[in-house]
Design a protein around this ligand. Structure first.
Ligand code: MN
Length: 264
């Protein structure tokens, strides 16, 4: 579209506010005093040791960030770098520590998989963030499950269509409460494991990530302007696999309380 016709579209639209045109990076949100015909709930994650809640803006995920998992998914980690996708913000299912939350088996799948992942929550945004400054942007960490309708993900991939239905469905992102960096430090190594009904399925070390959290932030900020409220699922190690109704998943990362869900 030519610039002139873009301009006239914006002018005739009447929806763009002066703030948006002046470069507000998130036009259409955060306006006060706006009347709406119905309410849309915002998404928050509890912060441990605080009465504040963390407001979630976007959920980014890294694909194939552990070499052995990349290979089990049929790719060659020496030739194909990790990559990004997103889940909708309202895919988040908050899971309190010390509880076993009911997690619904989703529709349309016959091969529902767990993926245990470290999650970084940003407190500062930016573009083209250098690796050596990237960790300053992390506000907190937690652990989460990138639940996946593997059959649908694979089918869409085979047809070269978007993964959306396999990855970005309702409640596909169970997550623990956030732990501020100030209390945990950064997570560059340590055990990450996942058990189903007490049996170990995934077991690896965070230092096996291809892109560290700092590198993930740097890479992501080349593709998207990042903002406070953005969270990043940092990818899963090898040995992903299926669960069925009645199974209990427990996942662990050294330095964080475990996360547990029961598939119902
Ligand atoms: Mn994943």
């Amino acid at each position: 579209m030519a610039d002139a016709s873009k301009r006239s579209l914006l002018q005739s639209g009447g929806l763009m506010t002066a703030g948006a045109l002046l470069g507000c990076a998130t036009p259409g949100i955060s306006q006060t005093g706006v009347k709406t015909p119905f309410a849309v709930p915002a998404v928050y994650i509890p912060i441990v040791g605080s009465d504040e809640m963390y407001p979630v803006r976007r959920v980014y995920c890294i694909g194939r960030n552990y070499a052995a998992h990349a290979r089990e998914m049929g790719s060659d980690p020496t030739r194909e770098p990790p990559f990004f996708f997103q889940k909708p913000t309202d895919a988040i299912q908050n899971v309190a520590s010390g509880t076993v939350a009911d997690h619904p088996y989703p529709t349309l799948t016959k091969n529902y998989h767990y993926e245990a992942e470290l999650v970084a929550a940003l407190g500062k945004g930016g573009r083209n963030i250098p690796v050596d400054k990237a960790l300053e942007h992390v506000y907190a960490y937690t652990l989460g499950l990138d639940m996946t309708r593997r059959d649908l993900q694979r089918a869409m991939g085979d047809e070269k269509k978007p993964w959306e239905i396999g990855k970005s469905f309702d409640r596909s992102a169970p997550i623990g409460p956030l732990h501020k960096v100030a209390s945990t430090g950064h997570f560059t190594q340590g055990a990450i494991w996942l058990r189903v009904n007490g049996q170990t399925k995934q077991s690896a070390n965070l230092n096996q990530m291809i892109w560290s959290v700092a590198e993930q932030i740097a890479k992501l900020s080349e593709a998207f302007e990042l903002f406070p409220g953005d969270i990043i699922y940092s990818g899963t190690p090898e040995n992903v696999g299926p669960v069925v109704r009645g199974d209990v998943i427990e996942m662990h990362i050294d330095g964080l309380p475990n996360l547990s869900v029961k598939i119902v």
